[in-house]
Design a protein around this ligand. Sequence first.
Ligand code: NAD
Length: 328
Amino acid sequence: MVSQKRALVCGAGGFIGSHMVKKLKAQGFWVRGVDLKAPEFGETKADDFVMSDLRDPVVCAKVTDQPFDEVYQFAADMGGAGFVFTGENDAAIMHNSAMINLNILEAGRHARIRRIFYSSSACIYPEYNQMDPDNPNCSEDSAYPAAPDSDYGWEKLFSERLYMAYARNYGMDVHIARYHNIFGEEGTWTGGREKSPAALSRKVAETPDGGEIEIWGDGKQTRSFLYISECLEATQRLIRSDVMGPLNIGSEEMVTINRLAEMIMEIAGKKVGIRHIPGPLGVRGRRSDNRLIREKLGWAPSQPLREGLKVTYAWIAEQVKAAGGAGR
Ligand code: NAD
């Protein structure tokens, strides 16, 4: 009899982590999830859900007390531009996320955990390569000389190096992705930590036809967005490969924020005006460069942005309606 595979998901109460738990369960894994909080939208599917703080080394030792075939490290102090780019949360972001990574790696080393995935971010890329909204450079080898535009990005870069050092010195089987704006249903959609696809979907859903929504900046900044199921597929291809990375996991379909808002209006079947207001922005342009992941893993997104947006908008419109807003 083949024994059941086991996975540990750190950050299992979060957006990507809770989706990954579902996917692993559907694949027949026994799953332990760890997080400070339970998933916000629906019960966890994990067999064992440990509600604990991964900044604590004792917790990290406890949750790694048995062999795992795959460990996914998604836990981080995380947020949209409203949380990450104001400067007000920098110390907490750096302290909390670095502590989690330091502790889980050390515990994992003692527990002889081998295969571990780390979720880094496009935010590690230097600001100087992302000033032109039409031609951002986010190829993996452009990360150095380092100049991320946020302390969130600096912590991710530090932790990438930490994981690579554990691979080099302790033989851990490390796999690192740099995620570019992952979005989808059952993600934060209100409260200040939501990212632009969710924030704009909420604003459009809340606004009656002919009304007006606000967008930070001139809306000409560009980004690319990857739907959650594509992200999970790429992540598993990476952890199950012999590639350490870091590899970009994102979409090459670049849109301005104004265009993203229009796409959402088209999906909603509404026309609302856009008012541009000052707000935290981040870099002018950013897009995933998928050349390396195509070459190494043969992966590329299977669907255009619009398909994921349709599902996400429908889900957010339901949330808005349930909260007493306009809904559609
Ligand atoms: P998320 O905020 O939904 O999930 C992170 C989870 O970590 C949260 O549930 C949070 O409670 C948990 N956490 C934070 N501190 C903890 C602690 N001390 N102990 C235990 N749990 C703790 O974020 P997400 O969107 O699911 O992102 C997952 C990972 O991917 C993060 O590391 C993030 O930085 C990275 N990433 C995400 C994106 C994206 O677009 N979503 C882009 C780049 C990188």
